[in-house]
Design a protein around this ligand. Sequence first.
Ligand SMILES: Nc1ncnc2c1ncn2[C@@H]1O[C@H](COP(=O)(O)OP(=O)(O)O)[C@@H](O)[C@H]1O
Ligand SMILES: [Mg+2]
Length: 503
Amino acid sequence: MADPAIYGTVITTEDSPSVSSFAFVIHSDTAGVKRGQFVSVKTTEGTAIATISNIFKTNKYFESAGSVREYSKTTEMYTAFPIKEWEYTVAETKLLGVYTKDGSLQRASFPPSPGIEVTEVDLQMLNRFLGLDQERGIDLGEIQQHDLRAKFNLTKMIQKHMAILAISGAGKSYATAVFMEELLLRDPKQGRIALFVVDNHGEYISFADDSDFKDKVKIINGEDVRISVRNTTEKVFASLLPEMSPVQVRELGKILHQLRNEKHSFEMKDVVDAIKISEDIKKVSKDALTGWLSELENMEIFSQDDYPGYENLLEQGKMIILNLRNVLDLKRKQLIVRQFSQKFFNLRREGKVPPYLEIIEEAHNFCPEGAKSSEALSRHIIELLAREGRKFYANLCLISQRPVQLSTTALSQCNTQIILRITNPYDLDHIKKSSEAISQSTLDIVNSLKVGEGLIIGEAVNYPVFVKIRKRKSKESHGTKLEDYAIIWDKKSNNLASGKEFL
Ligand SMILES: Nc1ncnc2c1ncn2[C@@H]1O[C@H](COP(=O)(O)OP(=O)(O)O)[C@@H](O)[C@H]1O
Ligand SMILES: [Mg+2]
């Protein structure tokens, strides 16, 4: 291997070099030293790995306010003295650990010496340090500022659930599509899971048009989903009809129980009829219950049988997309998501479906923090999955642009987080609280990430790391791409016909 590039020399500052940090003067501003990059330095213990937390410039000519003011009265100083030559760039680092001579990783217990060279980090060492899996890992792109693939061990990544968080347009769905590609194209020998995607806007359905993926994808349109009345409990009806009194809930429960004993399958109309002829229910309650249930009947979601049948849907290496694009009512969406989540989890617990990952787009809509339970019909099951799913290899990936609105119970269980650009201070604070590993200087970078750049923290990596998400192999869904307003305007004014595609 070629000799590692030399970036600079360790200097003394008031409190460094120490066992936790050191600063170095950069030899050349063009050497490509950047914040967030990993560097290496030799110590008496072995080879230390550090990360650059800040970079600043200094110049002793400008240290004293008084003299700078005097000098600036005349421009001569700038020509008389070689001021530029006294400008230095200094990088501050955080020392992360030391590979000792026997190859083990330890906390530094002795600082590097002032005057020694700071070099680029050996890639194999960095790979080991971060805990990546170059052979079998999920390839999300590259580690920023290093020539190293960002390949994460699948088990570590999902076994304790994951979350993808960022503002709108930062690249969440794109990164998710890359992740899906990796899972779908994975060699069976490497171990595969089934995928279930709650696709709020139909962003992933284009997988079904792509020749490399279409055999591995099945789309279920939300508007076609039906829920069997027989298999729905009175509590579920009550959550859809919050006006129901506890007595009425019990009365409905009795009716459902009676119908289940009498009939193999029945519809909402049968429930309404049974209530009408019941001798135990008072007239007022009868009127109220039959009225409400008829409203539910009009939703056209409750039916004699379930659609789809759930038993054979999930398959290893394949993806079920629940396309909710044409379902407009949020409660209806939640009801459908609850149905799927509940069914799959039950089947998984019975060992009837393979281990799976449930990916939920716009998760704050399905598992909101603080909302009344009648406005959050799918929250209970998602929180249950978050708490207990991993014992059964039923894993979650929550995607959201509003982490503060996402159930803390669920989010706190997502131990791998992919964080793309986030600007809202409340959201940043929320994330900081949910992860000990993340420092303020790291968060500062999150604020200024570009599209497709992200921070990965938690179980999947030993240390938070910035990643540039790779290009997709599959094609993007038409119409999900947000065009620049200027471009839309241009297209519209120049050519009205092509403007149509944005309407
Ligand atoms: N890693 C990436 N490489 C290239 N383009 C990207 C990348 N990530 C996002 N984009 C582009 O940015 C746009 C917005 O990304 P998207 O994933 O839809 O954002 P979000 O889901 O966070 O709102 C996409 O249309 C896509 O073309
Ligand atoms: Mg999106």
